[in-house]
Design a protein. Structure first.
Length: 286
């Protein structure tokens, strides 16, 4: 064999090893995904099901969850657990049902949430309360319900799908950004408090991902926005986003930024905050 042929063989061996270890990492894990009926959560369900994980999928819409389950390659490894993050009082019962059945949750992916499209001066306080209840209180309530089992097992991984809006904000997103900022504060504390319990925390900050999030966003009075944002429509696919999240979980990253050119705003915010303010002020936002 010549030298080039040897290098090709080594390269192929490494590629095969990567595929094997990726498959093996998730194969015997139980993973609970909220917001799994569409978008990033749906894409994560398909990808993790293919990797052999036992997947628990949750959202408010049971019919949509059933469609997602039926589209999986191994439906026997998909369990439907409908829940409403806004109704945090009922989450205790839902979590007990899931934990009684599976005993152990290896990975909790907090993906469920809603966005916003309204100016501060026009937005009802009830809308802000809804945004915080779903995006923040519901997420931390479910995480706290799963946490004791992770502490007992001395292992676990909590994944929080935040947003670039968890690092800075823009017009029409005040309540959404506030909830995402709050998630970072809470889960960074959780990571530190339970570091010695081997509980890992990953904060995922997507930019523009092509999902229905803008269509389902709440407006000033709580009604649906029902419009696809141009930037959202041209964003990263949910499948590509899910693949990057899965890679970040396996790599045990603490925070990951996913998207296109919009990620540069993070560095602008850090080093040139006034410039970012001018850019965002003049940018057309819908």
């Amino acid at each position: 064999m010549d030298f080039c042929g040897y290098l090709d063989e080594v390269k192929d061996s490494k590629a095969n090893l990567f595929i094997f270890t990726t498959m093996g990492y998730f194969e015997h894990k139980t993973i609970w995904i909220t917001g799994a009926s569409s978008g990033i959560g749906e894409a994560l369900t398909y990808a993790l099901n293919k990797k052999g994980a036992q997947v628990i999928i949750s959202s408010r819409n049971q019919k949509s969850l059933e469609k997602v389950k039926n589209a999986c390659v191994d439906t026997e490894k998909v369990y439907i657990a409908p829940l409403d993050l806004e109704d945090s009082e009922k989450l205790t019962e839902k979590a007990k049902t899931v934990l009684d059945k599976f005993k152990k949750i290896d990975v909790l992916i907090n993906n469920g949430g809603i966005s916003q499209r309204s100016l501060i001066k026009d937005t009802n306080m009830s809308v802000y309360r809804k945004l915080m209840e779903v995006n923040f209180f519901g997420t931390i309530a479910l995480s706290k319900l799963v946490l004791p089992q992770m502490i007992r097992e001395q292992s676990g991984h909590i994944v929080v799908i935040s947003s670039l809006m968890g690092k800075f904000s823009s017009q029409l997103r005040s309540g959404y950004a506030a909830a995402k900022h709050a998630l970072h504060g809470f889960f960074e504390s959780l990571r530190l408090e339970h570091y010695d319990d081997n509980i890992k925390v990953l904060l995922v900050c997507p930019g523009f991902v092509k999902t229905n999030i803008s269509l389902n966003s709440v407006t000033k009075d709580g009604s649906k926005h029902n419009e696809m944002d141009e930037a959202q429509d041209g964003g990263l696919s949910a499948e590509d986003c899910a693949a990057k999240i899965i890679s970040a979980i396996q790599a045990n990253k603490e925070e990951v930024y996913i998207g296109g050119r919009e990620i540069s705003a993070l560095y602008m915010k850090r080093f040139f905050p006034k410039l970012l303010t001018r850019i965002l002020k003049n940018r057309k936002v819908t």
